[in-house]
Design a protein around this ligand. Structure first.
Ligand code: MN
Length: 302
C-alpha cells in the first residue's frame, strides 16, 4: 500500500489550498491512513510569515509509491500539480466553477464540489461528520484563516451561510486573538509592498476564455488596493507579461472599500470588463461597483 498524496496546483499555493491539504491529510492519518500533503508551488502572500511558523507536515516533491491523490481547492485538471495522475484521484474538494460535472461523472460522491466561499468550509464540514477525530489547534487556525481570506472577510458575494457557520464553529478550537483579522490583512500589505513583483507573480495565472482567448490574470486583494495599483503599474505589467502572453489584466479587490481596481492597457479587455462586470475605466484603471473575486469574474468571462 502506497501513500495518499493530498495536493492542489502546480503553481502558487494559497492559504485555502494549504489549510485544506494540511487538515485533510491529518484527518486521513487519524483514520490510520498513510497520507501526506505535497505543495510543489510557491506560497503566496495569503500565507503570511506568522502562518509559515506554525507546525505543519508537508513535502514539496511527490513521494514514490502513491496509492492515490486527494485534490483540494482545485478541480480544473489542467492546473493540477504535474505529478498527479487524474485517473488516480480518490477524492476532490473544490469551490471553483467549470469542472463539477466532469468529476461527478468520474468519481461520483467523492467529488465534493460546492460553490461556497472557501474550500476550507467543505473540509470543516467533513471533520464535523467524523465522529472520532477532534480537530487540532493548528488545523482549526488554518481553516479559520482560509475562510476569512477566501471570502474577503465575508464581504465577497460568493460568501455562504455555510462559511459563516463553519467559521463560528471553528472558534471553539482556534487560538487566534481578537485582533487577528486586521493584523492578517496588514501583514499581507506589508509583504506586498516589500516584494511587489514577486507577490503579484505568485497569484497570476494563464486562462483560456471564450470571450477573450488566452489571457493572463493577476489578482491582489488588499485592505486598500487603490494606492497599490497606481503606484506599481510598471511592476504589475512586468509580472503579468512574464507569463509570456500579451493579453493581460490585473484585478485588485479593495476589501475596506467594497470594490475592485482593475488595470489593463488593452482596449478590447477594457470593453469586455465594462460589458461583463460593469467596470468603469478612466485611462488604464478601472473600478467596479462591488467586490469581485477572480473566480467570479472568470465565470462571467467563460
Ligand atoms: Mn479557495
Amino acid at each position: 500500500m502506497g501513500k495518499i498524496v493530498v495536493t492542489a496546483g502546480e503553481r502558487n499555493t494559497d492559504i485555502d489550498a494549504l489549510a485544506c491539504a494540511i487538515s485533510y491529510a491529518d484527518l486521513l492519518r487519524s483514520e490510520e491512513r498513510d497520507a501526506i500533503s505535497v505543495f510543489p508551488g510557491a506560497f503566496n502572500k495569503s500565507i503570511t510569515n506568522k502562518i509559515r511558523s506554525w507546525q505543519m507536515d508537508y513535502l514539496t516533491t511527490c513521494p514514490k509509491n502513491v496509492s492515490g491523490f486527494v485534490i483540494v481547492d482545485m478541480s480544473n485538471y489542467n492546473y493540477f500539480a504535474e505529478f498527479v495522475d487524474k485517473d488516480k484521484v480518490l477524492r476532490i474538494f473544490d469551490h471553483h466553477y467549470g469542472f463539477k460535472d466532469y468529476w461527478e461523472k468520474k468519481i461520483g460522491k467523492n467529488a465534493v464540489i460546492e460553490y461556497v466561499g472557501s474550500c476550507a468550509t467543505l473540509i470543516w464540514e467533513t471533520y464535523k461528520r467524523n465522529p472520532v477525530t477532534k480537530i487540532s489547534q493548528v488545523n482549526a487556525n488554518l481553516l479559520a484563516v482560509a475562510i476569512v481570506s477566501n471570502t474577503l472577510n465575508f464581504n465577497a458575494s460568493i460568501t455562504n451561510e455555510r462559511d459563516k457557520n463553519a467559521f463560528n464553529q471553528l472558534k471553539a478550537y482556534t487560538t487566534l486573538d481578537d485582533n487577528w483579522i486586521k493584523r492578517y490583512f496588514e501583514d499581507q500589505t506589508k509583504m506586498v509592498y516589500e516584494k511587489p513583483y514577486e507577490e503579484i507573480k505568485n497569484d497570476t495565472n494563464l486562462y483560456n476564455l471564450s470571450s477573450l482567448g488566452e489571457i493572463v490574470i493577476g489578482q491582489i486583494e488588499l485592505w486598500n488596493s487603490g494606492d497599490f495599483v497606481t503606484k506599481y503599474k510598471k511592476e504589475i505589467e512586468e509580472a503579468l507579461l512574464s507569463l509570456g502572453n500579451k493579453n493581460w489584466f490585473m484585478t485588485a479587490p479593495s476589501i475596506s472599500e467594497g470594490k475592485n481596481y482593475l488595470f489593463t492597457k488593452s482596449k478590447d479587455i477594457k470593453e469586455v470588463l465594462e460589458n461583463k462586470i460593469g467596470a468603469e475605466f478612466e485611462g488604464d484603471i478601472g473600478v467596479t461597483g462591488k467586490l469581485w473575486l477572480r473566480k467570479e469574474i472568470l465565470r462571467e468571462l467563460q
